[in-house]
Design a protein around this ligand. Structure first.
Ligand code: MSP
Length: 641
């Protein structure tokens, strides 16, 4: 089977935030899940770079649209690897293959007689980049952008969208899974009960030049939505035949804000083109922050890079998927994410993993024991594991990620209970119970192997650590059917050393607000300080912490850099230019001071999450450098300042 999963291509008039991150992480998780089910998968995301909005944003910045889109689209592209998102293509609507495909399609639809020239008067909302109907307005304003639309009258080209209304209604009615969850399907069906106008698909160059020129009239560029939707075909190589195999498995993922273009414009365009419709449209709700709509002016926009560096990539991915019921709105808060980290991840899963590992090391020298006679409790655990894999598969396939994770965590709870009920520490005291201990320990490790398998799409790094910790005996974890059966863990193999999966968060992070709301006093602090002085407020923004160096190794290809793993108190990697002044062995165990909230940066291909403070002295023989340490024993993660 093939699966082609897409995200919307994001407008480059704003930097990536938690909303964009959610959609993209869902698509990445789904693509990993489909691969785990044995599908051949293609995953595409990208940026939408034409139109009025972009020109306006570039003007504000005082740069050309081209310079502007290059900068912001690079920001989007750089964000995704920070979240462990791996797409097959990052498409840009300014890519030359896309421009050619848009022109090819316009010509086909024009030649078919589905495009005509006419005069039009309508209410245009720049925020939506589309004309709105009177019915869509609330108190005369666009409900999404809270602005009254502009009355525009101009001559333009139109796509005969209304011609395909009935065909679309029939398709939706005969394909119950075409638009999900159902509430959005119903919304589209009720919208299609009203007369459907035709779609204005051009803009005169006299008003806008930043767009794709119409192949049949040089004086016009293409309307941004007609251009953008086509990206989904461009990415597969359309019109070359090769596009067909992935197109047959196409599933689009969007939020509710862009339902109409995807559920109405796009299918009617495909009808006109004679291309089969996509298979599914998955529609999710909106993320708010602390129960308030996110907005730049409120200063509550949550940036994905900040979240990943504060809480860890896996925690962020888990939280987003677990917290939002797909289809409904959800609210982000620092308390919620820290709570999920400490309770679901550190307590439930992390402890299960570390306890099982510790007991196998202590009682069986780290070797996976051979299970013996099964008892009722074991049968129940096995049945629960099998049920968990089944529920997980069903819910993941249906985009019910919160339910899939709920089922997985119910099983984590059962496995923890299995430890308490079987008291392996008591079994270990009596050699006559040795066979029973073997069975209990094996069952725990096997439960962890299955958890590793199903968690891979959601938390790739934690799952990789779990797989490594289970050692070679964990076998391959690449196929849900094959590896999702109970009993594939190989007895006799050895566990490997592994670090804590989810160290508990420092108290400050639990309380830290998701974003800093701008107060007038703080805004002043963003201004350049007088005479090189910084205010107390500015100084407080630096998160200085004590960090214990756990390991140090030279960075290949550099004489100056060490890759340090530090505990502060969660582990993180910091690349530091101190290799000329210290040997690796001298550094391990030292408690140094770090800047913990420095934006992560890549140095020699390694993402560095912070900076080690050091003092530098100029001497006759060159520079001397010593790292900043603390005077006395204090817990890693303690704040300095
Ligand atoms: N460029 C168009 C899409 C064209 S697709 C052919 C566009 N871009 S956008 O930058 O505004 O992105 C909208 C999408 O970003 C939403 O559909 C959703 O995927 C994501 N989100 C933006 N804000 C969001 C939230 N607050 N919450 C959840 N997702 C949100 O529309």
């Amino acid at each position: 089977m093939t699966t082609y999963i897409t995200t919307p291509i994001y407008y480059v008039n704003a930097q990536p935030h938690i909303g964009h991150a959610y959609t993209t992480i869902v698509a990445d998780t789904y693509s990993r899940f489909c691969r785990l089910c044995g599908d051949s998968v293609r995953f595409q995301t990208g940026t939408d770079e034409h139109g009025d909005k972009i020109v306006e944003a570039a003007e504000k910045e005082g740069v050309t649209p081209r310079e502007y889109v290059d900068t912001i689209s690079a920001m989007f592209r750089k964000t995704w690897p920070l979240l462990d998102v791996e797409a097959d293509r990052y498409i840009r609507t300014t890519d030359s293959d896309h421009i050619a495909v848009v022109q090819n399609i316009l010509q086909q639809v024009y030649d078919k007689g589905d495009i005509y020239f006419d005069k039009y008067t309508g209410l245009y909302c720049k925020g939506c980049e589309r004309y709105l109907t009177e019915k869509e307005l609330v108190d005369g304003k666009c409900p999404d952008h809270q602005k009254a639309p502009e009355l525009i009258e101009e001559e333009n080209y139109f796509f005969r969208m209304s011609k395909y209304r009935q065909q679309l209604v029939e398709h939706i009615e005969t394909h119950p899974d075409f638009i999900t969850p159902e509430r959005y399907r119903n919304e589209v069906l009720s919208l299609l009960k009203e007369p459907l106008g035709d779609l204005c698909i051009s803009r005169p160059k006299s008003r806008l030049t930043w767009g794709i020129e119409l192949p049949f009239d040089k004086n016009f560029v293409t309307y941004v939505w007609f251009d953008a939707l086509i990206n989904y075909l461009t990415g597969l190589g359309y019109p070359r035949e090769e596009y067909c195999s992935f197109w047959a498995g196409c599933e689009h993922l969007i939020a509710k804000d862009i339902l109409k273009p995807h559920a109405v414009y796009w299918p009617t365009m495909l009808f006109s083109l004679g291309v089969p419709l996509y298979q599914k449209l998955h529609v999710h709700g909106f993320w708010n922050v602390d129960d308030t709509k996110m907005s730049k002016s409120l200063g509550n926009v949550v940036r994905p890079g900040d979240l990943a560096s504060t809480y860890g990539i896996d925690t962020m991915r888990y939280f987003l998927l677990r917290e939002m019921s797909f289809g409904l709105d959800s609210s982000f808060s620092a308390t919620l994410i820290a709570g999920r980290h400490n309770s679901d991840l550190a307590n439930d899963l992390g402890n299960l993993f570390s306890r099982a590992q510790a007991m196998v090391k202590k009682y069986r020298g780290g070797r996976v024991p051979q299970p013996q006679q099964e008892e009722e409790k074991d049968v129940q655990l096995r049945a629960a594991a099998e049920k968990m894999v089944q529920l997980y598969r069903r819910h993941m396939a249906a985009f019910e990620f919160h339910l899939a994770l709920q089922a997985v965590w119910e099983f984590v709870g059962l496995a923890n209970k299995y430890i308490v009920e079987n008291e392996p520490w008591m079994l270990a005291k009596d050699t006559a119970l040795s066979a029973r201990l073997d069975t209990v320990l094996y069952n725990l490790l096997e439960s962890l192997r299955l958890l590793t398998l199903v968690l891979q799409p959601i938390m790739p790094q934690a799952a990789a650590k779990m797989a490594a910790g289970l050692g070679a005996g964990a076998g391959e974890l690449a196929n849900l059917d094959r590896d999702g059966c109970w009993g594939r863990l190989v007895a006799g193999s050895h566990l490997a050393e592994s670090e804590a999966l989810f160290p508990r968060l420092a108290k400050e992070k639990e309380k830290k607000p998701a974003t800093k709301r701008k107060k007038p006093a703080e805004q002043k602090d963003n201004e350049v300080a007088e005479e090189g002085l910084v205010s107390f407020e500015q100084c407080k923004k630096l998160d200085l912490r004590v960090a214990e160096i756990v390991s140090a190794e030279a960075v290949k290809g550099s004489e100056k850099l060490y890759k340090l793993v530090v505990r502060a108190p969660g582990e993180r990697v910091i690349v530091a230019g101190i290799a000329q002044y210290y040997s690796a062995a001298e550094l391990v165990g030292k408690k140094v001071v770090i800047v913990a909230n420095l934006k992560p940066a890549k140095l020699m291909g390694i993402v560095s999450q912070g900076m080690v403070l050091a003092a530098r002295e100029k001497t006759e023989n060159g520079d001397r450098l010593v790292v900043t340490t603390v005077d006395g024993d204090i817990a890693p993660g303690s704040s300095v300042g």
